[in-house]
Each structure stands twice: as structure tokens, then as C-alpha cells.
Design a protein around this ligand. Structure first.
Ligand code: PLP
Length: 429
């Protein structure tokens, strides 16, 4: 009422000048974050470009959201579960905070029992991003953190919010106290662990978003040995594991012997079955994973999940369960294969145009090099010349400079149109 009209009379900008404030001091850790989170900034530039060019048909290879419908048997299962809620027999209220037993078992049977994990170690959730936040809450502000550079921005930003880092340093383009493990073509996109500082936690995204690189077995053995030697815990993000083509590249960290004593793994149906809006994921915490005093990490994660989470939606869980049945699993693999074809189309095009191209074989992201050019300039040039939105590599960390990420999530016709535009604009470069 009055407060708002008063503020709007004064000045309607992001932080309106206002006479009345609360006595609450802002969390100074949130204040350390850099103003423009990557994707809102991309959205802003896209809108500006559209305003300047109202007729332009902009194609987005940017944010990495899924575009294709949820497969039939999976959507049907959710529809049935939702309709059931309107009946006495089909109604259910709160479920177990850890997820329905049959869903935990089905995830285990499909992905983990062959590597020694058990259903009780699997926590079903509303997604991996949310689990990352809860893991940060569990480990607390006094843990030290390493991330791959470049990587999914959530590891860095949630660490900053928790207070695990110092402020942003303009010269290094990074946050103080955070260990950035550089992953570039020169080191096969795998960190030089012989020169990495010890940290309590190591966020490791494999296949990596944004580079699309998937580590070999030998590389993951090296990572596990490094964590075990240092007494670190690997937070292994397998959100794109199903996209791995090469049978020599592990799909789970638990394929590496000894990982159960130094790693937990988070994963998601988002990019497996188009569940970015449905919301369903899981985290695996092995019983053998212990704190320095011998206390099981799984007990604390259970405590966190029962305290600040109340179980994933029963409708979403019905969908997840259907993903893991034979029919749904096949449909899910076909969906993944479709996006992988998109990735192959993009990869081939950039290669033919003479760019240095990485990723796209074991991941839905293609990482294209523009050596010596600032990523944001490349982003702007591609938007200007092709009406195509990409993601500037520097948004994923300082070592992403000189690259842009192209996402393979898109309708086929848009991917084909995009490659035609690239060929036209960059063909004779
Ligand atoms: N982890 C990585 C590496 C991702 O790229 C994403 C989504 O883009 C997520 C986690 C988030 O997954 P969810 O939708 O399950 O929260």
C-alpha cells in the first residue's frame, strides 16, 4: 500500500530509495556475488537485440533448458498419479523425506547396484541444484572448496553465499579462498592435481558443464586418489552422465574403487527425461563416507533432508519411477539420443568451419574456441550476425575466457537453421 506507492513516486529502479527500512543487515556474503548472474545478463542482451531488430528470429543455444516433450509412458504415469490424488485410494500426503522406497530401489537397480551402492543410500529430491544448496548447508561455512574452472556457476555462487570464500578479485576474476582447478584443452580439460591445493570439498562435474568433457577412468582414478590422500570429499555432479558415449569413460564416480570413502554423487532427471520443470533428482551418500571423527556423512544428510526438505512431489516421483521401467527407460534413451544428434550436428558444423571444437560427444554441450577473443565479444558478434544466443565461456569461470558454449537442447529445425546461419556468416572467415 503506502510503502510501495511512496517508493515508486521517488524512483522506480532496482534498489529504490526509500524512507522506511528494516533493522536487518544484509547477509554480506550475498553482497560478494557479482551483480549480473550469467543467464539474466544473457536474457537482457537478447531482449535488447530483439528490440533493435524486431523482425529477427532469434534462436537460443544459450541457457541449456530442455525443449522436447516428456516421453509418453512417463507423462502417462504422472497423469495417472495426479488423477489418483482426487480419489480416496490414490491420495497420499507427506511421503518419506528420502523418497518413496520403490523409487530409491529403482534408481539403485538402474544406476548403482553394480557399483556396490544400496537403495538406503539414495535420497530422492526436487533436483540436483537444490541438493547442492542443501549439501552446502550440511558442510557449513568453514569448509574449503575447489571447483573446476570453468564449471556450472552454482558451485561457486552457493559457496560465496555460504561464506566459504572471500570477496571477488577483479584481477584474477575469481573469489578469494576458492581453489580454481583450471580445465582447458592444454590439460585435456582435467585439472593438474599435482599443483592443486588441498580443500575439504571438491566439486567435480562430469561430464562437465560447460566444456562437455568427460573424464577417462584413469583421470577419475587420479581424482579419487587425490581426494583420499588429502582427506577431501568429492561432490560429484553426474547430471549429464547418461550422455556419455564412450564406454571407457565412467558414468558414476562409484565405478572407481575407493570412491565410496571419499565421494558422494548427485544426479537428476532434468536432462535425462526433460524434467527441468517437473523437478526430480537424487543424491547418493555412501555409508562408508565419514567425517574426520568417523561420523557417517549419510546421517547428517538424512538429518538435513528431514529438516529442510519434505520429500519430492508424489507426481514427479511417479514420473521418475516410470523413467526407470523398461518402456520409460527406452524412451528416455531415445530422447537423450535426439539431443546427442543435435550436439553432433553442431560439433560437425563448427569443425567444418575451422573452429577448435570440444565436447558434444559425451555431453549435450559444444565448447567452441575463439582464441584471444573475449567471450562476451564473441557472444555479441554471434548474436549480431546470426541472431543466435550462445553462452560466453567466461561466465563459467576465468578459464572459460576465449570460448562460447553452444547447447544442444533445441528443436531439430532450430538446430538446422542455426547451423545454416553459422555457415553463411562464418563460412568464408
Ligand atoms: N548440475 C549441473 C551440472 C547442471 O548443469 C544442472 C542444470 O543445468 C543442474 C545440476 C541442475 O539440475 P536440476 O534441474 O536437477 O536442479
Amino acid at each position: 500500500g503506502t510503502l510501495r506507492s511512496r517508493c515508486c513516486k521517488v524512483r522506480c529502479v532496482a534498489a529504490p530509495a526509500q524512507e522506511v527500512t528494516t533493522g536487518v543487515k544484509r547477509n554480506e556474503n550475498i553482497g560478494k556475488l557479482q551483480a549480473g548472474y550469467l543467464f539474466p545478463e544473457i536474457g537482457r542482451r537478447r531482449r535488447a537485440h530483439q528490440e533493435k531488430n524486431p523482425d529477427a528470429k532469434i534462436i537460443s543455444l544459450g541457457i541449456g533448458d530442455t525443449t522436447e516433450p516428456v516421453p509418453k509412458s512417463i507423462a502417462d504415469a504422472m497423469q495417472k498419479a495426479a488423477a489418483g490424488l482426487a480419489t480416496l485410494e490414490g491420495y497420499s500426503g507427506y511421503g518419506a523425506e528420502q523418497g518413496r522406497g520403490e523409487v530409491r530401489q529403482a534408481i539403485c537397480d538402474r544406476f548403482y547396484s553394480h557399483v556396490g551402492r544400496k537403495a538406503n543410500e539414495i535420497f530422492v529430491s526436487d533436483g540436483s541444484k537444490c541438493d547442492i544448496g542443501r549439501l552446502q548447508m550440511m558442510f557449513g561455512a568453514s569448509t574449503s572448496v575447489a571447483v573446476q574452472d570453468p564449471s556450472y556457476p552454482v558451485y561457486v555462487d552457493s559457496s560465496v553465499i555460504m561464506g566459504m570464500t572471500d570477496g571477488y578479485d577483479e584481477s584474477s576474476k575469481g573469489f578469494g579462498k576458492l581453489e580454481y582447478m583450471v580445465c582447458r584443452p592444454e590439460n585435456d580439460f582435467f585439472p593438474d592435481l599435482s599443483n592443486a591445493r588441498r580443500t575439504d570439498l571438491i566439486f567435480f562435474c562430469n561430464p562437465n558443464n560447460p566444456t562437455g568433457a568427460a573424464a577417462t577412468r584413469k583421470q577419475l582414478e587420479e581424482l579419487v586418489a587425490f581426494a583420499r590422500k588429502n582427506g577431501s570429499i568429492i561432490i560429484y555432479d553426474a547430471a549429464y552422465a547418461i550422455y556419455i558415449s564412450d564406454p571407457e569413460r565412467p558414468q558414476s564416480i562409484f565405478e572407481i574403487p575407493g570412491a565410496e570413502e571419499c565421494a558422494l554423487e548427485t544426479c537428476s532427471f532434468s536432462k535425462y527425461a526433460g524434467f527441468t520443470g517437473v523437478r526430480l533428482g537424487w543424491t547418493v551418500v555412501p555409508e562408508q563416507l565419514r567425517y574426520s571423527d568417523g561420523f557417517p556423512v549419510i546421517n547428517d544428510f538424512n538429518r538435513i533432508m528431514t529438516t529442510v526438505f519434505n520429500g519430492a512431489s508424489v507426481v514427479a516421483q511417479a514420473g521418475g519411477f516410470a523413467c526407470l521401467q523398461d518402456e520409460g527407460f527406452k524412451e528416455m534413451q531415445e530422447l537423450v539420443a535426439f539431443y546427442k544428434e543435435n550436439a553432433a550436428i553442431l560439433r560437425t558444423t563448427f569443425k567444418e568451419l575451422g573452429f577448435s571444437v570440444y565436447g558434444g560427444e559425451d555431453a549435450p554441450y559444444v565448447w567452441v574456441g575463439f582464441p584471444g577473443k573475449p567471450s562476451w565479444d564473441v557472444f555479441a558478434e554471434i548474436l549480431e550476425r546470426c541472431n543466435i544466443v550462445t553462452t560466453p565461456g567466461s561466465g563459467f569461470g576465468p578459464a572459460g575466457e576465449g570460448f562460447v558454449r553452444a547447447s544442444a537442447f533445441g528443436h531439430r529445425e532450430d538446430i538446422l537453421e542455426a547451423v545454416e546461419r553459422f555457415k553463411k556468416e562464418f563460412g568464408g572467415r
